[in-house]
Design a protein around this ligand. Structure first.
Ligand code: PLP
Length: 395
């Protein structure tokens, strides 16, 4: 008889967003006339920019005529897309070979698929609080997972210590949910750790476009990273592709473990397990990296950043400590009066009809904290910010 993958039995119920939506639905059923203000979403609200829409239309037209029609695309990405991404990196002084860039249908897909490259016996280390997919994908693959807790004492940027142990290491900067961003010196510590230990860093850069100022957008800005890191990127938050689906992954040709080359292994993987990503979507992705595309996507990013500013100013006025917001679309606030995160969630919903995300949902070390998202509508965000301020001031 067939044996299923028993690792699935080791998964904990992913109840965070389910529980939130259930509680919100129950509240709305009881109070149908009250509007609710959603600061809990991790999805974007602005539409795709004009340059992307134009490219999508053109690509669809290409598919309508025999002489411009495209069938299967190369599994690792159409050369024009790989060149466009390489050009994007070059602006920051990182010079990847286009063959080190792989197109993907998004970071979530890739975070799961990439585990094919590693022996399930190699243990994963996840800094926590964390995006839930790291842990669940590792457990599905039968991998042992341990945690490195981040907290206010290290500004949610944990660093390797003498007891830190990992084969596979997840880092996310700017971080979801905390909004914290590693600086160069801190990332160098992780790169040195990984190279000394023979570990591999899976660097999730889904929010790199939100960084302002002189902080690394890519782990490959750090010397030595080409020998120990894989970078997973997404156009979801950068360019509003959450429903369109496109991303890219960088695997340096210099990355080798146990005499095997991980870039060559990923080529082998993609050419076996995929038949490429849609021509139409890759053309849309190329448009993101043009001058026009970049100007337009940053208009949307500025819109979200203005929302974040409105929320941060309200928290400042209310005397609440928070992290993130400046270089990330998320604000990670301490719950007032030492409240637990689900209690604060209930209080916000009940008293001011504002929905956020309880920190406990991102792991035990998120308890006592709360995530606010800046991806919503500007007017609703302003109302929600005023309500949070007066709620907290009245406690
Ligand atoms: N990584 C992080 C840290 C995220 O927050 C998200 C989505 O919210 C993803 C990856 C997934 O992105 P994608 O839409 O490309 O699958």
């Amino acid at each position: 008889m067939l044996t299923p993958n028993r690792n699935y039995a080791n998964l904990k119920d992913s109840y965070l967003f389910f529980r939130i939506s259930k509680q919100v639905a129950a509240y709305r059923a009881k109070h149908p006339d009250l509007p609710v203000y959603r600061l809990g979403i991790g999805d974007v609200s602005r539409p795709l920019c004009g340059a992307v829409i134009e490219a999508l239309h053109h690509a669809v037209e290409d598919q309508a005529a025999a002489d411009t029609f495209h069938g299967y695309t190369p599994e690792c990405g159409i050369p024009e897309f790989r060149l466009a991404v390489a050009g994007y990196y070059a602006r920051r002084g990182v010079q990847p070979d286009p063959e080190e860039i792989f197109v993907s249908s998004g970071a979530s897909d890739e975070l799961g698929d990439i585990l094919d490259l590693f022996d399930p016996a190699s243990a994963a280390l996840v800094t926590q609080p964390a995006y839930p997919a790291y842990v669940d994908a590792s457990i599905m693959a039968g991998r042992k997972v341990s945690f490195l807790s981040a907290g206010s004492e290290n500004d949610f940027l944990p660093l390797p210590g003498k007891d830190t142990d990992a084969d596979l290491l997840y880092l996310c900067s700017p971080n979801n949910p905390t909004g914290a961003v590693y600086n160069r010196e801190q990332l160098q510590q992780w790169v040195d750790f990984a190279n000394d230990r023979g570990a591999v860093i899976l660097f999730d850069a889904a929010y790199e476009a939100f960084i302002e100022g002189d902080l690394p957008h890519s782990i490959f800005e750090i010397p030595g990273a080409e020998k120990c890191a894989i970078e997973i990127c997404s156009l979801s938050k950068t360019a509003g592709f959450t429903g369109t689906r496109l991303g890219y992954t960088v695997i340096p040709k210099a990355l080798e473990r146990g005499g095997m080359n991980l870039n060559a292994m990923w080529v082998r993987n993609r050419t076996t397990k995929t038949n490429g990503i849609s021509y139409i979507l890759q053309k849309a992705g190329i448009a993101v990296f043009t001058g026009k595309g970049q100007r337009q996507i940053y208009e949307n990013i500025r819109y979200y950043k203005q929302n974040a500013r409105v929320l941060m100013e309200a928290l400042d006025r209310a005397g609440i400590r928070y992290w993130g917001g400046k270089n990330a679309p998320y604000i990670w606030m301490a719950c007032p009066k030492g409240m637990k995160s689900w209690d604060f969630f209930d209080l916000m919903l009940d008293r001011i009809q504002v929905i956020g995300t309880p920190g406990e949902g991102f792991g035990a070390s998120g308890e006592g904290f709360f995530r606010l998202s800046s991806f919503g509508d500007a007017k609703e965000t302003r109302i929600a910010a005023e309500r949070i301020q007066s709620l907290v001031q009245g406690l």
